[in-house]
Design a protein around this ligand. Structure first.
Ligand code: FES
Length: 169
């Protein structure tokens, strides 16, 4: 997913829930956490752990020179909580407190188990220096109600070609 930087602002971010599409499987954006401009300034480069004071849910925000990425602080294995990984020397990896899975939050790829899962990333919406973490539901609407693969009917698609001669120019 594309990184979000402060320069990208979205006027629709004031809405608590936003209908993203009018397709049969609509995608809903739900606001999970808001950081005001003052709180945004306290974000350090690297891994930031944040908690929503209203519902107690936890999030991880990774910041670098390219922008900000964010995800829920919830392990894909069995929902464990991530903490700072003391073996991580480049400051990009968190470790699950339950069974020690590790997640690189700079690219949202689990590194232990290796080459396994991607963490679901939240959408970061900037608005006058504040930011909101939004969750899109369903995250992959094209997977929610997939059509059965069908064979093409005869004549359904026509593929043609045309020859060009340099003599005709
Ligand atoms: S719940 Fe995170 S490793 Fe099992």
């Amino acid at each position: 997913m594309k990184r979000s930087s402060q320069g990208e602002q979205n006027s629709s971010s004031k809405h608590h829930q936003v209908q993203k599409s009018s397709s049969p499987m609509a995608q809903i954006a739900k606001e999970l956490l808001t950081l005001d401009a003052e709180a945004v300034l306290t974000l350090k480069n690297g891994i930031n752990f944040k908690k929503n004071p209203e519902d107690g849910k936890c999030y991880i925000i990774y910041k670098d020179e390219e922008g900000v990425r964010a995800c829920k602080n919830q392990c894909k294995h069995q929902g464990g909580l991530f903490i700072k990984d003391i073996e991580d020397i480049d400051g990009r990896t968190v470790r699950c407190t339950k069974h020690n899975w590790k997640l690189n939050v700079s690219n949202m790829q689990y590194v232990n188990p290796p080459q396994s899962f991607m963490q679901d990333e939240l959408v970061v919406v900037w608005n006058d220096g504040s930011l909101q973490l939004m969750e899109l539901n369903p995250p992959d609407p094209w997977l929610a109600d997939p059509k059965v693969q069908e064979d093409l009917e005869p004549g359904e698609v026509t593929v043609g070609f045309q020859l060009f001669s340099s003599d005709s120019q």
